[in-house]
Design a protein around this ligand. Structure first.
Ligand code: C5P
Length: 245
């Protein structure tokens, strides 16, 4: 799983008994631009106990037999908005925003399908939502308090994607290049790059941009404090990539 989370105790209330709305950060960017790295670095720097990372990958639609065959030939378009279940995505984000728990599908990139088990996620002080089309749906866009676009050069993204897809997603060189040139690249220029206009912050170079990450964290801290949230020292139980024991 690519999810980074803490065990949840939501919703969170301030000293007057008022429920504090979580701060939602939308992170958008091309495939292999470093969205997850940026999200991880934000989480590591935040002085808040409960942070949830939601990935768009969890919301890929279930494929039928014919679509599975196409996917096996690198001919199914996973970069087109139609590949995602935006309804489920919206309701999931809405529930998390309300501090309720949700069951999120776990996606398997090798089999192009959802695993039978799901992952329980909880509302949090900060919810980070990352993916290639996080700015695509107007209602989801409205839910985000801060919109971050990770802008990494196309050659860097392709190089990373080749390595990742071959080593982790069960693909071969020919297949990755075919999918990239016929679908990934066109979709980037058609859907993803134009959505940059919605960004509050554009992060060049992705995860290695420490200044941008610090600015983002500062803003989140300020906004949470304005909502009545008291920042705490980083808690020892902020686990990255694994559930609490
Ligand atoms: O992690 P990243 O943002 O790169 O994930 C999105 C990418 O995953 C898309 O560009 C899409 O082409 C790819 N994908 C895939 N096979 C799937 C699902 C998504 O190659 N079964």
């Amino acid at each position: 799983t690519r999810t980074i989370y803490t065990a949840g105790r939501p919703p969170w209330y301030d000293s007057t008994g008022q429920q504090v709305e979580p701060f939602i950060i939308g992170i958008c960017g091309g495939s292999a631009s470093g969205k997850t790295t940026v999200a991880t670095k934000i989480i590591e720097s935040l002085d808040v106990p409960w942070v949830t990372l939601l990935s768009m990958d969890s919301f890929y639609k279930v494929l039928n037999e014919k679509q599975h065959e196409m996917a096996a030939q690198n001919e199914y378009n996973f970069d087109h908005p139609d590949a995602f279940d935006f309804q489920l995505l919206k309701s999931t984000l809405q529930r998390l925003k309300e501090g309720r728990k949700v069951e999120v599908p776990i996606y398997n990139f090798v089999t192009h399908s959802r695993e039978t088990r799901t992952k329980m996620m909880y509302g949090a002080n900060v919810i980070i939502f990352e993916g290639i089309l996080t700015f695509y749906n107007a209602e989801i866009l409205k839910m985000c308090d801060m919109k971050v676009f990770v802008d990494t050069d196309a050659d860097v993204r392709l190089a990373r994607r080749l390595k990742r897809d071959i080593s982790q997603r069960g693909r071969d060189l020919e297949g990755v290049l075919k999918q990239y040139s016929t679908m990934v690249k066109p979709a980037f220029y058609y859907y993803i790059a134009p959505s940059m206009v919605h960004a509050d912050i554009i992060v060049p170079r992705g995860g290695e941009n420490a200044v941008a990450i610090e600015l983002i964290v500062q803003h989140v801290h300020t906004q949470l404090q304005l909502r009545g949230f008291k920042l705490r020292e980083k808690l020892a139980h902020l686990y990255i990539g694994q559930p609490l024991p």
